[in-house]
Design a protein around this ligand. Structure first.
Ligand code: SF4
Ligand code: SF4
Length: 348
């Protein structure tokens, strides 16, 4: 933990490389458009700093992290440092050789599956990639891999409220322990294809309803709720120390969380500063100050009947809609929840 205890880092999300073998239509950082990667020596220093700052858990992402030139040296290093990690992969490169190497590491694996079958998944990720990913996960499960497999899908027209059951059956078939849903981020190729892929706020609300109606309890499989938020943890100024889970991009920028993408919100860069300097620096304090102003100054909230109770959702998603003072895409969901809570108060 830092000396002044104002912040504590919990997780660290690292985009190791911009390289990717796929060109998914919704990719939030347009992976594959360039070939940049973080030098291993620098990464090792940053991981040491992260550990000093309280991090126990690291997410390795990209691009496709298995294309990172020094991936095995990095995993060895994490193992030596006793740091647990999550490998976030598109699953297509988990061939036999890779699996044989992977099984010695203490890690979990998250595989992106954007639909329950080839028609749906491949429509976003390219032909043949569903079969590749699924058969690789099955091989991995047979190999003696001791970590957990999580599957995560981005909500688009390919992963709809009608496919919730099918997606769960797929998770069971491949031995996943958890299903997670992410939303379309309006950045990178996600921005280019937003008009085609975004399902709309009403459908998101419907999806959440369907998910709740089909609540499924099994101790072997957890179905996570759609991870939208009402209150950004970064505005919890009363929390002391404040928990931060920063992201480092493949060009070295440090962001306060995974969802910020625009360089304007970078807290610093690991090529110029230590991770701890980025988190403790002036830019972060200024950003936190700006975030605290959102509640008062968001134009769309001025006439909203829920403005007293609403904590204004995710600022990073607001930025993607235009600027820091815009709403994220979950107002309809929030409003419905507020209304339902009020109605429940009336029921005897
Ligand atoms: S900006 Fe959004 S993603 Fe980042 S911590 Fe806040 S709510 Fe979470
Ligand atoms: S529900 Fe949306 S419009 Fe209403 S106060 Fe919250 S963020 Fe603002």
């Amino acid at each position: 933990m830092f000396e002044n205890q104002r912040f504590v880092m919990t997780n660290l999300y690292i985009e190791l490389t911009s390289s990717c073998n796929l060109r998914c239509k919704h990719c939030y950082n347009a992976s594959g458009a360039s070939e940049k990667e973080l030098p291993l020596k620098l990464l090792k220093e940053v991981i040491c700093q992260a550990r000093e700052g309280g991090v126990k858990f690291i997410s390795l992402s990209g691009g496709e992290p298995l294309l990172y030139g020094k991936i095995w040296e990095l995993m060895d290093y994490l193992n030596d440092m006793d740091m647990f990690f999550l490998l976030i992969t598109n699953g297509t490169l988990l061939g036999r050789d890779v699996i044989q190497k992977l099984i010695k590491y203490h890690c979990n694996i998250q595989v992106s599956l954007d639909g329950p079958d080839s028609d749906t998944h491949d429509a976003v990720r390219g032909v043949g990639n569903f079969e590749r990913a699924v058969s690789n996960i099955k091989e991995l499960q047979k190999s003696g891999f001791e970590g957990n497999v999580v599957i995560k899908g981005v909500l688009t027209d390919n992963l709809t409220e009608q496919s919730i059951q099918k997606y769960r059956l797929l998770a069971e078939e491949i031995g996943a322990v958890k299903v997670e849903y992410g939303w379309l981020n309006r950045t990178g190729r996600g921005k280019e294809n937003y008009g085609d892929l975004f399902i709309g706020e009403d459908r998101i609300a419907e999806y959440i309803d369907t998910l709740h109606r089909n609540q499924y309890k099994d101790e072997r499989l957890e179905i996570a709720d759609i991870g939208y938020t009402d209150k950004c943890p970064l505005v919890s100024i009363e929390e002391n120390p404040l928990e931060v889970s920063p992201k480092i991009t493949y060009d070295g920028n440090v962001f306060p969380c995974q969802m910020f993408v625009d360089e304007e919100f970078a807290l610093g860069n690991i090529y110029k500063q230590t991770l701890i300097e980025c988190i403790q620096g002036e830019r972060f304090l200024k950003l936190l100050e700006l975030l605290s102003l959102r509640r008062e100054f968001m134009p769309a909230c001025q006439h909203c009947v829920y403005k007293i109770h609403c904590l204004r959702g995710c600022p990073a998603l607001g930025v993607n809609q235009g600027n820091l003072f815009e709403c994220d895409e979950f107002c309809k969901v929030r409003k419905r929840e507020f209304a339902e809570k009020l109605c429940r108060k009336m029921s005897i």
